[in-house]
Each structure stands twice: as structure tokens, then as C-alpha cells.
Ligand binder design. Structure first.
Ligand code: FES
Length: 172
């Protein structure tokens, strides 16, 4: 696999680190830079909730967590990303949904990382709208995970989640 040499930002580094964990195996629900409970593989496979410590995720960063065999993106959105998501008129959206209906707390967006077209894993912080870009057939999602352009028929799905405290997220 070709590797582009880039000067990684902290966010890029975390992205790369996540890929490395995925390549090694699914033994961990999230890469080790994020302190959290680490249920064993059998527990994860059974679909147990996954708890994530949000305190280590700076604004502008995105992390991936594995839950029920799916990638979950947890984005710590910046004020600019939130503002952009909230400024979009609903009539410009192929699958209209307010940002408020998609983010229980404005600064945290939690979505299932499966493109709603044919199921590829989209790339975060990419695409024309700064959210996700699916390289398989060119779907662009915005910073609320809403489909904006391309063949995907609907917004990125939302997993069940809740905030256990100000700094802990429970997925599932
Ligand atoms: S699977 Fe994502 S655009 Fe086709």
C-alpha cells in the first residue's frame, strides 16, 4: 500500500494510530491513546456498551471506537464546525435534519462510520463540507454527518449513546 509522507498533525497521528490498531486486530475497542474501559473482545462482540473518556480528545479531533463490529466516529467539533452545521437551510439538505437533532451536545458528534450508499468507511474531516468524504463513489457529508453531495441516500446513522458525565460517553 502506498503511503503518502506528510507532517502529521495531532489529529492525523491519532487517525494513523487508529488504523494501526485496526490492522493488528479488533482486540481493543479504541486505540490506546484514549483512556477508557477496555472490554475484552468477547464482550465487544456481544454488543456490550463501550465507554469512552472524552477528556483526552481536543476540539477538532476525531476518534474511532469499535462497537458491535462497526466503526463509530466521535468528533469533538470546533465552534466553527458547529456554526457551519447550524447555518445550513434545511431545504438544501437531501436528507433534512437539524444539527440539534443529530448532536445531543453541540460539541460532540457521534455517528456510525458506514457510508449509507454501499457501506464503505468514509474519511473524516474531508470532502467539500468538512465532515466526511467517502472515496468509494464520492459522497460528501457535512460536519453534522448529513449527506450533502454524491450517491449516498441518507445521512450517516446515529448510534444509541448517552453522556454518563461531562467527560464520559457511553455508546450502546
Ligand atoms: S459506498 Fe460511499 S459513496 Fe458509495
Amino acid at each position: 500500500m502506498a503511503t503518502e509522507l506528510v507532517e502529521p498533525s495531532r489529529r492525523d497521528f491519532l487517525f494513523i494510530a487508529t488504523g494501526a490498531v485496526a490492522a493488528v486486530g479488533a482486540a481493543s475497542a479504541v486505540w490506546p491513546f484514549v483512556s477508557q474501559m477496555n472490554p475484552d473482545a468477547a464482550t465487544i462482540a456481544a454488543g456490550a456498551p463501550v465507554e469512552l473518556d472524552l477528556g483526552a480528545i481536543a476540539a477538532g479531533q476525531s476518534v474511532k471506537v469499535k462497537w458491535r463490529g462497526k466503526i463509530i466516529f466521535v468528533n469533538h467539533r470546533t465552534p466553527k464546525e458547529i456554526e457551519e452545521a447550524r447555518a445550513v437551510p434545511l431545504n438544501q439538505l437531501p436528507d433534512p435534519a437539524t444539527d440539534e437533532s443529530r448532536a445531543k451536545k453541540p460539541e460532540w458528534l457521534v455517528v456510525i462510520g458506514v457510508c449509507t450508499h454501499l457501506g464503505c468507511i468514509p474519511l473524516d474531516h474531508q470532502g467539500d463540507y468538512g465532515g466526511w468524504f467517502c472515496p468509494c463513489h464520492g459522497s460528501h457529508y457535512d460536519t453534522a454527518g448529513r449527506i450533502r453531495k454524491g450517491p449516498a441516500p441518507r445521512n450517516l446513522d446515529l448510534p444509541p449513546y448517552s453522556f454518563v458525565s461531562d467527560t464520559r460517553l457511553l455508546i450502546g
